[in-house]
Ligand binder design. Structure first.
Ligand code: GAL
Length: 408
């Protein structure tokens, strides 16, 4: 997808470069942390004081070092300020989203698994320095959906089936099988021209452990490309899968979660990036049209049962905005003490620099069979109550909130 920044709500103006890593280094979005600044400088200073002051030249060198330490600390103060800003629970669609290491979150085509009060985010890890022969899935944890702790790369997989150069492992989704105490990951497995259309199944004893590859399958013999995840309120696990010749399908997983138990519904609509939520007594499914990395107007339909019938599909946002440059990946229901909201999670793909792809997460307007993605803006969620606040900003880019709108 080529981003049309000019006409878009979304401008990376605060960052002079398109590279996430470079932005981090420049401190444009993410500052350095206490860990990466003062310790080395202090050590350097100690080294100079106790070991190096032996001559006038070294004394001049020492003064220079003191000056540099001063500058370093000044930078640190600036960084702390920026960190303080980041420590609010604001979610900012389209920006570099630093994890607790200060690195842009690598969870593309993501899904979320909630265990107790912890959200686990899984997604494609496209880190630029990854071994190009392997495919990676990263896992992050959070209690507020805003601050993410990097757990680990839970998948660092070499080509599991001699697929060949450019093989693909995309859109990982993790289920928890409570009775077997196993974590099961499904992901799209393919070759470089997407002709295999298979599903990879991986398993682990811990949510953030090393997932080991079990097998690949075609669900009940059907092609499967983009896949999505849905777990119903009663805990029943479903796999959403794009079936190119037919549309998309909703499958129920088997008791051990390791295979497909049944084909619950074939929806004869050619959609991918599938996501589903049960809200207010209705099922809402969202998907994107088949335009590869390019954005298109994502659509939704509703049904009172997963088996259908499904309503006609309708736009989730003004169609000319092409979902604000994003593609759906997951619908997260946040159940609070006061209200329940649904967060639309989508990718802002950068196909040439996938590691720099950003995220568009926004609370949806949803209910009574209608679903609408508001124009992206900064927002906050109160995980306890389930309420969210949209932070409207002055169009100039000045971040001063001029109006806040609670709960839609
Ligand atoms: C999209 C899909 C992405 C990725 C991309 C490759 O349609 O949603 O996950 O596979 O195609 O072109």
């Amino acid at each position: 997808m080529k981003m049309q920044f000019k006409n878009s709500w979304f401008r990376r103006s605060s960052c002079p470069t398109q590279s996430a890593e470079a932005c981090l280094l420049l401190g444009a979005q993410k500052p350095s942390t206490a860990a990466n600044c003062p310790i080395d400088l202090q050590k350097a200073a100690q080294y100079l004081v106790f070991v190096r002051i032996k001559s006038l030249t070294n004394f001049v060198f020492f003064l220079t070092a003191v000056f540099l330490v001063g500058c370093g600390c000044k930078t640190l103060n600036f960084s702390r300020q920026t960190n303080a800003n980041l420590s609010t629970q604001t979610i900012r669609p389209g920006t570099v989203w630093p994890d607790d290491r200060g690195r842009h979150i690598q969870a593309h085509g993501a899904g979320i698994l909630k265990l107790g009060d912890t959200f686990y985010l899984f997604g494609e890890d496209r880190t630029q320095t990854n071994d190009p022969e392997k495919r990676y899935v990263a896992c992050y944890s959070s209690h507020d959906l805003s601050h993410w702790h990097f757990c680990r790369q839970v998948v660092q997989l070499a080509d599991p089936e001699h697929i060949g150069t450019g093989w693909v492992l995309e859109r990982p989704k993790v289920y928890y099988n409570a009775s077997k105490r196993k974590f099961v990951m499904y992901a799209h497995l393919d070759d470089n021209i997407y002709s295999m259309a298979r599903v990879a199944v991986l398993e682990c004893d811990q949510v953030d452990g090393d997932y080991h590859y079990l097998k690949s399958l075609r669900p009940l013999g059907h092609e499967s490309r983009d896949l999505g995840q849905f777990v119903d309120d009663d805990g029943t696990p479903y796999l959403l899968s794009e079936d190119r010749p037919n549309g998309f399908r909703i499958y129920q997983l088997s008791e051990d979660y390791l295979s497909i138990a049944k084909d619950v519904c074939l929806v004869p609509e050619h959609l991918e990036g599938l996501a589903l939520v049960h809200y207010g007594g209705l099922y809402y499914v969202v998907g994107s049209h088949l335009t590869g990395w390019d954005a298109n107007p994502n659509v939704y339909a509703t049904a009172s049962s997963l088996t259908g019938p499904w309503s006609a599909f309708a736009d989730i946002a003004p169609p000319e905005m092409k979902t604000y440059g994003s593609q759906s990946t997951f619908l997260l229901k946040v159940v609070g003490t006061k209200t329940t909201n649904v967060v639309f999670m989508a990718d802002l793909w950068e196909p040439d620099t996938l590691w720099d792809s950003r995220y568009l997460w926004m609370p949806l307007r949803i209910g009574d069979g209608k679903l609408w993605l508001p124009k992206p803006c900064d927002w906050k969620i109160n995980i306890g109550t389930g309420e969210f606040t949209l932070i409207k900003t002055i169009p100039s880019g000045n971040k001063t909130p001029v109006r806040t709108e609670a709960n839609q």
